[in-house]
Design a protein around this ligand. Structure first.
Ligand code: SF4
Ligand code: SF4
Length: 419
């Protein structure tokens, strides 16, 4: 892998190497006043737009096709159509899968920075080498005019409080990214009348924090957004801002404001063939269970799903042979203690399982297992019935425990997962 072959970070490579954006992140955790996310517009070329949203497994099928048909793709990235860390499980699962299958691929992502910090260590381990943060102001009293709200944890914060939290998280993310030696680009949207006079101050702050490159992008007025009436800045304004900011940080001059499903050389429009392929992938099964042949079960006596994961000293592994559910083996679980490591070891132990059935599970193991693409089902009832339902893709609704504490409150939905 030659990290210099990233066409966005190295202008010399922009006509030689291409990138593919995998649109696996539909949700967002903030609302920028210039953003209007669309999912089906094939004619519009700007961030937030995609011809379809893919699951990690669908994205791998699409990526295989892209790499077979488009020459010189050096980078796979995740850039929406929402924010990668408002969809952290999908984002991390996709990155892991791409790294496993294509060890030489440059991995890249673009985020607003609100939720990235807890993942930076793992991003570095996976080998994500380039991260872009979009930061539009380093003064909350300016930022508050740019963001309608920020969703932080379970709270939705209004403009000022939201801007303060967002900025704090963005600055924290830069520090952590640089500690992890990840090349960090900051994108700043030039919004005339809002932040155009502030970008030099931003460049100074970004330079102090060790940011590698600044990309001052003219706003793309979207009629569906609150800033739809703001005019795109003139070339003169853009070049004046870049010259000022350029005193402190290298500037990117060749950004093409790509779609969330952009593919190929920068600036080229996605071919009809690739648009159709992406739409075809959306129709594929959401999950590909080819490598996940089994189902793991926590049980006290081997008849019922009736044990909490934290208490289980072993797990029963079930498979399907000639149409029948069969017990394959019993696997000893990692010893208690060791914090998250215990759950990471467990995920490794049952990585050939598509689901784990337990009568109770804490938030940490749930997150780790979910992140590894293993479905966690909190149920009670006969093992054979539950395992068969998993293999056949039937609902387990009637077995779902109604006092699930995954979100620290009783489930008010179907119990099949929180949105
Ligand atoms: Fe849109 Fe990105 Fe802003 Fe989210 S962070 S509102 S997807 S521009
Ligand atoms: Fe590169 Fe700009 Fe396109 Fe992002 S939006 S992939 S930085 S050219």
């Amino acid at each position: 892998m030659d990290l210099n072959n990233h066409p966005c970070f190295n202008a010399k490579m922009k006509g030689k190497y291409g990138r593919v954006h995998l649109p696996v992140a539909p949700r967002c955790n903030i609302q920028c006043r210039y953003c209007d996310r669309k999912y089906d517009c094939v004619n519009e070329s700007r961030p937030g737009v995609t011809s379809g949203v893919l699951t990690p497994d669908q994205a791998m099928v699409y990526l295989d096709y892209v790499l077979k048909t488009v020459r010189n793709i050096s980078v796979a990235g995740i850039a929406g159509p929402g924010d990668p860390f408002a969809n952290a499980n999908e984002t991390m699962e996709t990155l892991r899968k791409v790294r496993t299958k294509y060890p030489d691929m440059i991995l890249c992502l673009a985020t607003n920075g609100l939720g990235v910090s807890p993942y930076i260590k793992e991003l570095s381990l996976i080998g994500v080498s380039h991260v872009t943060l979009t930061i539009n102001a380093v003064d909350p009293s300016i930022a508050k005019n740019i963001y309608a709200y920020v969703r932080y944890g379970k709270r939705v914060l209004g403009s000022m409080e939201g801007a303060e939290i967002l900025l704090a998280k963005q600055l924290e993310a830069i520090v952590k990214l640089k500690e992890a030696e990840i090349t960090t680009k900051v994108n700043t949207v030039i919004i005339p009348g809002i932040n155009d006079e502030h970008i030099e101050d931003m460049a100074i702050k970004m330079s102090d924090l060790g940011v590698d490159i600044l990309n001052c992008i003219p706003i793309y007025p979207c009629s569906g957004s609150s800033f739809g009436m703001i005019k795109e800045p003139s070339r003169k304004m853009v070049s004046r801002i870049r010259n000022k900011a350029g005193k402190y940080l290298p500037q990117m001059y060749h950004c093409t404001r790509c779609r969330a499903d952009a593919v190929g050389i920068l600036g080229e429009i996605n071919s009809q063939e690739l648009v159709e392929k992406l739409q075809e992938c959306v129709e594929l099964p959401e999950k590909n269970y080819d490598d996940q042949l089994y189902v793991a079960v926590a049980s006290k006596e081997g008849v019922l799903v009736n044990e909490k994961l934290g208490k289980a000293r072993s797990l029963l592994i079930y498979g399907k042979r000639d149409g029948d559910i069969v017990l394959i083996e019993r696997r000893k679980t990692p010893e208690p203690g060791n914090g998250l490591k215990r759950w990471e070891e467990l995920a490794e132990l049952i990585k050939d399982c598509r689901a784990i059935l337990v009568s109770g599970i804490g938030n940490n193991p749930r997150k780790v297992l979910d992140g590894e693409g293993i479905d966690v089902l909190e149920v009670e009832g006969l093992i054979n019935e539950a395992v068969e339902a998993v293999f056949d893709g039937h609902s387990l609704n009637y077995m779902i425990q109604r006092d699930i504490k995954a979100c620290n409150s009783r489930c008010s939905g179907s119990g099949m997962g929180c949105m």
